[in-house]
Design a protein around this ligand. Structure first.
Ligand code: AMP
Length: 398
C-alpha cells in the first residue's frame, strides 16, 4: 500500500510517499511560502531528478493539490491515479492528554485536535488545515493522525507535573507533554533491534539533537521522562531556542530592554540557543564545529555549553531509570556530529562509557559508537519519523 505522509506547518508542507511493503520512500518534497508571495514546490521521485517549481499557493488546499498533481504526473509521478494512495498519515504536533496513541481521523478526532490548539497555537491549526485540504481532495481515503506528544503520555505524574499552583493543571492542563515522540519511539525501538534485545527489558536514553532537540528516558518500552515541556522551548539548548533558563530572566530582561512578553518570547525562541550563545556565529553545527577546530572562542563556548547540558540530562535520566543500558544519538547533529558525541560522552565515564573513536567518525549510519567493553552501549541511529508515521497509518487502516 502507498502511504502519503504529510507534515503541515503554517506556511510549509513536507510530504513523502512510502510503499508500506518495501518501507521505501518512493517520492518526497516540500511546499514553501504557502500563502506568501514566491511560493514553490520541490518534488523528487526516488532516484530521479529534484525539480523546483515557483507557483502561486494561496492556501494549503492548493499546496496539496500540487503535491497530488506531482505524484500522479505522467512523466515524473510515481502513481497513475489517486486510487493508488491507500491512506494518508498526518503528523500532528499536540495531542494534549487526549491522544496517547495514533488514531484514525474522524470528525470527533478533528474536534479533539482543535481543543488542543491552545497548547500549540502555531502548529495544530496548520495540521488541521492540512487534514481538511486532504479530505477535500481525496474524499474517502482513510487518514491517520500521529501525534508528536503521544509517546510521552506514559510519563508518571512526578515527571510531568511542574511546581506551580495545581489549579493551573486542573484549569489549563499546564504540564510537561514532550515532543519528537515519533522519533524517540522509532529510535528506541530500533536500538533494541540493533542490540538484539527485548525492547521491554531495556533502559534507553534517546538524544534527538536536531534544530529542535530533546532527550527522553525510555524504560521497559515506555517513555518515563522527556526534556521538552508544555512547549518545545524547554530542555536542551537548541538551534535558536534557549531551553532551560531561570524563568525570572524574563522579567529581568523585560525591565532592562523595555520589551513586552511577545518580544521576549521571540528572543527565547528565535535568537537564543546556539545561535545566540555563539554571539550569532551560526545555528548550524557544521559552522560551529568548523569554528571549534579553529579555536574560535564563540564556537568553543557554545559547543561546550551545549554538550554539558545534554550530559546533565543523560545523568538525570540514568538516575530516573536507576540505570541505563543504551544511549542513542539521532537527528541532524546526533547522526552527523562526531565532535558533539565525543564531548557528551566525555562526561559519561561513570556509566562505563568508552567511545570507539573510529566508529564515532561515521555519519548518517546505524552504528554502535562505544567499545565492546563499554558497560553502557552508545549508538547513532538515524531517525525516520516519516516511516514511523507510515507504519502507524498502515497498522490502523488495515
Ligand atoms: P534536523 O533538525 O534533524 O534536520 O537537524 C538539523 C541540524 O543538523 C542542522 O542545523 C545542522 O546543525 C545539523 N547537521 C546536519 N548535517 C550535519 C553534519 N554533516 N555535521 C554536523 N551537523 C549537521
Amino acid at each position: 500500500m502507498n502511504i502519503l505522509v504529510i507534515n503541515c506547518g503554517s506556511s510549509s508542507l513536507k510530504f513523502q510517499m512510502i510503499n508500506s511493503e518495501t518501507e521505501q520512500c518512493i517520492a518526497k518534497g516540500l511546499c514553501e511560502r504557502i500563502g506568501i508571495e514566491g511560493s514553490m514546490i520541490t518534488y523528487a521521485p526516488a532516484g530521479g531528478e529534484k525539480e523546483k517549481t515557483v507557483t502561486p499557493m494561496p492556501d494549503h488546499t492548493e499546496a496539496i493539490r500540487l503535491v497530488l498533481e506531482a505524484l500522479t504526473n505522467e512523466k515524473t509521478g510515481v502513481v497513475k491515479s489517486l486510487d493508488e494512495i491507500g491512506a494518508v498519515g498526518h503528523r500532528i504536533v499536540h495531542g494534549g492528554e487526549k491522544f496517547a496513541e495514533s488514531t484514525i481521523i474522524t470528525d470527533e478526532v478533528m474536534a479533539a485536535i482543535e481543543e488542543c490548539n491552545d497548547l500549540a497555537p502555531l502548529h495544530n491549526p496548520a495540521n488541521l488545515i492540512g487534514i481538511n485540504a486532504c479530505k477535500k481532495l481525496m474524499p474517502g481515503t482513510p487518514m491517520v493522525g500521529v501525534f508528536d506528544t503521544a509517546f510521552h503520555q506514559t510519563m508518571p505524574e512526578e515527571a510531568y507535573m511542574y511546581g506551580l499552583p495545581y489549579e493551573y493543571y486542573k484549569n489549563y492542563k499546564i504540564r510537561r507533554y514532550g515532543f519528537h515522540g515519533t522519533s524517540h519511539s522509532y529510535v528506541s525501538k530500533r536500538a533494541a533491534e540493533l542490540l538484539g534485545r527485548k525492547y521491554e527489558d531495556l533502559k534507553i536514553i534517546v538524544c534527538h539533537l536536531g534544530n529542535g532537540a530533546s532527550v527522553s528516558a525510555v524504560k521497559n518500552g515506555k517513555c518515563v521522562d522527556t526534556s521538552m515541556g508544555l512547549t518545545p522551548l524547554e530542555g536542551l539548548i537548541m538551534g535558536t531556542r534557549c531551553g532551560d533558563i531561570d524563568p525570572a530572566i524574563i522579567e529581568f530582561l523585560a525591565h532592562k530592554e523595555g520589551k513586552n512578553i511577545d518580544e521576549i518570547m521571540s528572543v527565547l525562541n528565535k535568537k537564543s540557543g546556539v545561535l545566540g550563545l555563539s554571539d550569532n556565529l551560526s545555528s548550524d553545527f557544521r559552522d560551529l564545529e568548523a569554528g571549534y577546530e579553529k579555536n574560535d572562542p564563540n564556537a568553543i563556548r557554545t559547543l561546550k555549553t551545549y554538550c554539558y547540558r545534554v550530559a546533565k540530562y543523560i545523568g538525570a535520566y540514568a538516575a530516573a531509570m536507576n540505570g541505563v543500558d543504551a544511549i542513542c544519538f539521532t537527528a541532524g547533529i546526533g547522526e552527523n556530529g562526531p565532535l558533539v558525541r565525543t564531548l557528551v560522552c566525555g562526561y559519561l565515564g561513570y556509566l562505563g562509557v568508552t567511545l570507539d573513536e573510529e566508529a564515532n567518525q561515521k555519519k548518517g549510519e546505524e552504528v554502535v559508537i562505544s567499545t565492546s567493553d563499554s558497560t553502557t552501549t552508545v549508538l547513532a541511529v538515524p531517525t525516520n519519523e516519516e516511516l514511523a508515521i507510515a507504519r502507524e497509518t498502515v497498522r490502523l487502516v488495515k
